[in-house]
Every structure is written in C-alpha cells, then in structure tokens.
Design a protein around this ligand. Structure first.
Ligand SMILES: NC(=O)CCC(=O)C(=O)O
Length: 285
C-alpha cells in the first residue's frame, strides 16, 4: 500500500536499546519500549542493529535464530499489540548452515513484511583502533529491501550499508522517502562519520534518514557510539539521542520533503545522459 496520511505527517520513534548478554532481557525491554513509543503516537518504530545479542563475531552463532523464531515472534506480537510498523533492528540469523545479519519488518497486523540481510559486511582495519571482520562469520545478503507503509515507502540498510551512497540513491530513485539504518558504530568511526553519513545520505537524496544504535556499554567488547538520530531532507538533525538507553521521536513531514525537492530540484536536474546508478535487480521493490 502506498500513499500518505491526510496531513502527510507521521511520528517515528527510534529506540536506543541497552543490549546485554541476556537475550530474554533484551527482548522484554524492547517490547516494553515499543509499547511506550506507540503510547506517544508513533506509527513506525525502529530498533538497533543486533538488538537481541551483544555485537561481536564471537556472539553471532550463539545468539543466532531462524526466522521466524523466538525474537521475531516477540517483534511480531509487539507490532500487532501496538498497531505499529516495527523495523526490528537486526538479529543474527541462521539459515541453511550460514549466518546473516538480518533486519525484519512487521506491519501493524503483526505480519512479516520484509527481511533485509546486511548487504555490505563490516570489514575494517584501522591500526591501533579497531579491526572488525564480519565476513569471518557472516554471509552477505544480496537484495535491496524496501517496503510500503500507509505513509510512505521506506528503504532499509544495516549499519555499514549506510556507507554506500549508491544504495541510498537507488532507494530514493525507487520512491523511498525515508531510509532506516539500524546500526552500531563504534568509538572510533562513530564520532568521525556516524552523523556525517546520515546528513550526507539525507541531503544527497532529499529523504529522511533514521538510525538506531544500541546504547553505549563501556564494559562491552564492542563499545557502541550511540547517538541514534533522525535527519530531515534539508540535512538537519531533528532528533538525537545521547549515549544512554532511551527513545527519540521525530515527526516525518512529507509535505516538507516535497517542498525541499521543489526548491532544489536536483532529481530533475540529474544528468542521466552522463552518469547513472542502476540496480541489477530491476523491478525489486
Ligand atoms: N556494525 C557496523 O556495520 C559498524 C559500522 C561502522 O562502525 C562503520 O564505521 O562503518
């Protein structure tokens, strides 16, 4: 279903969850915070990357689940009970002997409407700072992932996926007005790039961007930067968390987005005769 509400506005909530090693606690806290967000009028709620498990290659196989499974059952119920679109962050997914970093999205009836497997695995090596190799354990997804809501079309990426401008551009060209990235940047790249990337993706594509990080836990093996945020199509940060657990809210205004696109009409001005970004998955939606 496409289209917008009568006002062209809807409320988005981003949950910056404190993720612990106890899966049941992560699930119950996520469920409680989804309810709280819905109670504040949110129609779309976003959870962080790896919301049911500590983030780290040594944890993925232990916490991995099939989909559907325990964690996605909780997400489905939370979406249905609260009548929200729920972007369920991500979980380590096990399928056919492989592990993926997968985001599931549920509609207000609790039905699974999308599964996105992280396309770009987080493999970096910054000497003296951080080395992380998701590809030692995980397999990449191979699909773009978009879903329709009653308000607008939404594109999904997971964390490192945000570094790839082409993906965001394709989502925008396919009609997405909001891009969501569950993510877990770290204490090196977080302060340097997290907000910059979000503002860049928003400005380049004249879309809203929402990111959800786990809350910071200084005792964890991987310390997440936090600072979940929402950025508008003008490139302004309109909601931002600190390092701790909490919910941030933003009103997504599609008339405002249309106004920005009208004032600075880069889409119509693009020189498709000189350059283009194409998907090998034409028709994917
Ligand atoms: N979980 C991730 O993909 C982390 C990405 C990250 O920190 C980056 O700098 O990129």
């Amino acid at each position: 279903m496409t289209g917008t509400s009568l006002t062209g506005k809807f409320r988005l909530a981003v949950i910056q969850l404190q993720v612990t090693g106890v899966k049941a606690d992560n699930l119950s806290r996520a469920r409680r915070l989804v309810k709280e967000a819905a109670g504040q009028g949110s129609r779309l709620v976003l959870l962080p990357e790896c919301f049911n498990s500590p983030y780290g290659t040594s944890f993925f196989s232990t916490y991995a689940e099939r989909i559907p499974g325990e964690s996605t059952q909780v997400l489905s119920e939370a979406a249905r009970e609260n009548q929200v679109y729920l972007v369920g962050g991500s979980i380590p997914e096990e399928d056919d002997g492989k592990l993926y970093n997968s985001c599931t999205v549920f509609g207000p009836n609790g039905e699974l409407i999308l599964k996105h497997r992280k396309i770009h695995l987080f493999d970096i090596d910054i000497p003296g700072k951080i080395r992380f190799q998701e590809s030692e354990i995980l397999s990449p997804g191979n699909s773009l992932s978009m879903f329709d809501t009653a308000f607008c079309k939404v594109g999904v990426g997971i964390c490192y996926d945000m570094r790839f401008a082409e993906l965001a551009q394709l989502y925008s060209r396919k009609g997405c007005q909001l891009l969501v990235y569950p993510g877990a940047f770290n204490m090196t790249t977080g302060p340097a790039h997290w907000e910059l990337l979000q503002r860049g993706r928003a400005l380049d594509n004249q879309v809203y961007i929402a990111t959800a990080s786990p809350a910071r836990d200084e005792t964890a093996s991987y310390v997440a930067w936090g600072h979940s945020a929402v950025v508008n199509p003008w490139g302004e940060v309109i909601a931002k968390a600190g390092a701790e657990e909490g919910i941030i809210y933003a009103d997504i205004d599609l008339q405002y987005l249309a106004g920005v696109r009208q004032q600075i009409p880069i889409t119509a001005q693009r020189r498709d005769d000189l350059y283009t970004v194409t998907s090998v998955q034409e028709g994917s939606s």
